[in-house]
Ligand binder design. Structure first.
Ligand SMILES: Nc1ncnc2c1ncn2[C@@H]1O[C@H](COP(=O)(O)OP(=O)(O)OP(=O)(O)O)[C@@H](O)[C@H]1O
Ligand SMILES: [Mg+2]
Length: 296
């Protein structure tokens, strides 16, 4: 809506996990390098964790691009609320396995066959599960069994990447999942951005969208965006998007902390240390100003 006003080619703060907008903070860079190294190095089992909105799916999208570029076959499960039968059906569907996809035995047989063929051709195969903190124990157990697919000469045949919120780490600590935890070869973690990283993140996105300078977000606004978003990229995007919209409505090309206050109220955003008068405004009052409409 405001793109033409600010001279953007496209929306700088879109909420979709778009690899072309990737900001390579040191930790995003390291995590992506680990994922790529883990796959090419046939490490077997990798876990990526991070708080909500820190960029896990974005990194997985980058990894998909890398796999596509190298002609590596992969199954990408983004819905993890599934039972074991659905798990195998989804793998069979993604890897285009020619078998009765509803039969676990047939899927395993076809999968094994495919993995060996790919390995003989010098390629590996990847299973990516996003939102893996939601996986049920019985599916995690099937995943453990898949980590056993290896060949003395060809090594690990299937590279498995589980990505999820920090609950995933806690889940993997459970005594029942000891065997699965032991198989993790690489762990990557995404933490919230620092103030310097948040500033760089915003600059990167503006630049990618066609704006070369940062005048639109003065330093005091950047500081407040970092504080109020707690360095979580998804919240940074929402704040910046709404700020730009507000500035556009006011026909100004520079945002302010007052505008940010309005945006935070509209978003009902709370953050540690937020002023009391602010909290009072976003906490719904216990007493409705007027009663419910009487019936009849
Ligand atoms: N390094 C980054 N570079 C560019 N954009 C990013 C980065 N990290 C996060 N984002 C942006 O932040 C938003 C949230 O990212 P993403 O969906 O990848 O987070 P997530 O960790 O998968 O969240 P959830 O736990 O809710 O699944 C997206 O709009 C994404 O584009
Ligand atoms: Mg995600």
């Amino acid at each position: 809506m405001y793109n033409a006003f600010f001279g953007f080619r496209e929306n700088p703060f879109n909420l979709s996990p778009d690899p072309s907008f990737l900001y390579r903070s040191p930790q995003h860079e390291e995590a992506l390098a680990n994922l790529i190294y883990g796959v090419h190095g046939r490490k077997g089992f990798i876990v990526l964790t991070g708080e909500v909105g820190t960029g896990k799916t974005t990194l997985l999208e980058c990894l998909r691009d890398e796999l596509d570029a190298h002609g590596i076959e992969f199954a990408y499960l983004f819905n993890s609320r599934i039972n074991p039968q659905q798990f195998f059906e989804m793998i069979a569907y993604d890897l285009n396995l020619q078998c009765d996809r509803r039969s676990k035995t047939e899927v395993l047989f076809a999968l094994n066959h495919m993995l060996i063929e790919e390995a003989n051709a010098g390629r590996t195969t990847v299973l990516i599960v996003d939102e893996a903190h939601n996986l049920e124990w019985d599916v995690l157990e099937e995943i453990r069994l898949l980590t056993n697919l290896e060949n003395p000469k060809l090594g690990k045949l299937l590279q498995i990447i589980l990505s999820g919120q920090p609950e995933l780490d806690r889940k993997l600590e459970a005594p029942e999942l000891r065997q699965l935890k032991q198989r993790i070869v690489l762990r990557c973690t995404l933490a919230p951005l620092t103030l310097a990283e948040t500033t760089e993140y915003i600059r990167t996105r503006l630049h990618r969208a066609g704006m070369t300078e940062m005048k639109v977000f003065p330093p005091e606004v950047l500081r407040e965006i970092h504080l109020r978003s707690q360095g979580i990229p998804r919240i940074v995007n929402s704040l910046c998007d709404n700020l730009l919209l507000t500035a556009f409505a006011l026909e100004t090309k520079v945002t302010s902390v007052e505008m940010l206050d309005e945006v935070c109220l509209d978003m009902r955003l709370s953050w540690p240390g937020m002023p009391r008068h602010f909290r009072a405004k976003i906490t719904p009052s216990q007493e409705p100003a007027w009663g419910p409409p009487s019936e009849g």
